[in-house]
Ligand binder design. Structure first.
Ligand code: ASP
Length: 344
C-alpha cells in the first residue's frame, strides 16, 4: 500500500445502502458488496487508497453486541495498516453501533466514520453516493501526516456528527440524524468545513485498547402517565438484571408516588444501577431542580445528564463489562468518557 495517500478501509455491514429490491416480493434485502462498489466508479477519483472488507451483511435492526465486537475486531486487526475507516451500516441502529464502538475503542487516534443511506445506491435519487464519497474524504483528512479526526463519528446528509451524540430522527427524510446536544463536527458544502474546536482530543500517548466485554443485562423503561407498578416491578424482578435506564420527563422528573420511589430505592440498595435520562431529544437531566426529581438524587440514581438513549445503553453495557467497583460506577457513568455527555 502507498504511504503518500491515506489508506482507507471500507467496512460493509449491510443496510439500505447496499440493498436491492426483490422483484417478486418488492422487499429490500442485502446484496453482494462487490456489486455495490461497481455502482460507484467515482470512488476511483478520490485521493486515497481504498480497500474493502465485508462483514455478514445485515439489516441493522438485527444488530447485536456480538456484531459490535466483530466490527471492533476488524478495526483492531487493520488498525496499523490504515489511516481511517468508513463503516457502511443501516441507519436504523447506526447511532447505537457508533456509540458502542466509541466506548469499545479506547485511545482511538484515527477516524471511524459511520454512514449509510435512506435509498439504495442503485436508486436514481439515491443519497448513498454523497454520503459514501464525503465519508471517505472525511476519513482521509490529514494535517502534518496525522488524521484530523480521531474519534467515532457519523456522516449523513452533508453533516458530520460525533457518533455517540447522534440519534435517528426521521425514517423518510434524507436528513435522518441529529445531534441535539453537541455541535456538528463538520459540514459539507462547497467546502468541507471542520469545526476543529469541537473535535475529540484523545489520549494519544496510550495505545489503542479494544474492550470486547459488553454486558447486556440491562433494561430501558420509558415513563408515561399511568405506568403501573406491576409492569415496573416485573422488569426489576428479572434475576439477571444489573442496571436500568429510566427515560424520565423534562429535566429528569418522574412520579413521586411512593411505590415507584421505594422500588428504585430497594433495588439501588441491592446493587442495581439506575440511570436517569430524559425523554426530551434536547437538554439535560438536572436532578434536584424540581421536587419531582429530588428524591431520585437522594436515593443515589445516576444522572445521564444530556446523553442520548443510544449512548446511555451502550455506556451501560460497556461499564458493566468492566468490573468496576460499585462505589466508582456512578461517578464514572456521570463523567464524559468519549465526549458523550456534557459535564456541568
Ligand atoms: N432497515 C435499514 C437498516 O437499518 C434501514 C437503513 O439502512 O437505512 O439496515
Amino acid at each position: 500500500m502507498s504511504h503518500s495517500k491515506p489508506n482507507i478501509l471500507l467496512i460493509y455491514t449491510g443496510g439500505t445502502i447496499g440493498m436491492i429490491k426483490d422483484f417478486k416480493t418488492g422487499v429490500l434485502k442485502a446484496f453482494d458488496f462487490k456489486t455495490l462498489l461497481d455502482k460507484i466508479p467515482e470512488l476511483q477519483l478520490l485521493d486515497c487508497n481504498i480497500e474493502t472488507v465485508s462483514n455478514k451483511p445485515i439489516d441493522s435492526s438485527n444488530m447485536s453486541p456480538e456484531y459490535w465486537v466483530e466490527i471492533a475486531e476488524l478495526i483492531e486487526g487493520n488498525y496499523d495498516r490504515f489511516d481511517g475507516f468508513v463503516v457502511l451500516h443501516g441507519s436504523d441502529t447506526m447511532s447505537y453501533t457508533a456509540s458502542a464502538l466509541s466506548f469499545m475503542l479506547e485511545n482511538l487516534t484515527k477516524p471511524i466514520v459511520f454512514t449509510g443511506s435512506q435509498l439504495p445506491i442503485g436508486d436514481l435519487r439515491t443519497d448513498a453516493k454523497e454520503n459514501l464519497i464525503t465519508s471517505i474524504q472525511v476519513a482521509s483528512l490529514q494535517k502534518d501526516s496525522e488524521p484530523v479526526i480521531k474519534e467515532v463519528c457519523l456522516y449523513f446528509e452533508y453533516k458530520l456528527y460525533r457518533g455517540n451524540r447522534t440519534t435517528k430522527i426521521n425514517a423518510e427524510h434524507f436528513q435522518a440524524f441529529a445531534s441535539p446536544n453537541y455541535t456538528d463536527l463538520a459540514e459539507s458544502g462547497v467546502h468541507l468545513k471542520v469545526n476543529k474546536k469541537y473535535l475529540f482530543k484523545p489520549n494519544d500517548k496510550q495505545p489503542l485498547k479494544v474492550h470486547k466485554n459488553l454486558d447486556n443485562n440491562i433494561a430501558l423503561i420509558k415513563l408515561f402517565p399511568g405506568i403501573t407498578k406491576g409492569v415496573v416491578e416485573s422488569i426489576f424482578n428479572n434475576p439477571n438484571l444489573k442496571a436500568v435506564i429510566i427515560e424520565t420527563y423534562g429535566a429528569g422528573n418522574c412520579t413521586t408516588e411512593s411505590w415507584f420511589i421505594k422500588l428504585l430505592e430497594k433495588n439501588i440498595t441491592n446493587g442495581i444501577h439506575v440511570v436517569n435520562i430524559t425523554q426530551c431529544s434536547g437538554g439535560s437531566v438536572m436532578m434536584g431542580h424540581y421536587e419531582t426529581s429530588n428524591r431520585l438524587k437522594e436515593i443515589g440514581v445516576i444522572s445521564g445528564k444530556d446523553i442520548t438513549t443510544e449512548a446511555a445503553v451502550c455506556k451501560l453495557m460497556y461499564l458493566l463489562g468492566q468490573d468496576i467497583l460499585s462505589e466508582k460506577f456512578k461517578s464514572l457513568y456521570e463523567m464524559p468518557l468519549r465526549g458523550e455527555l456534557t459535564q456541568n
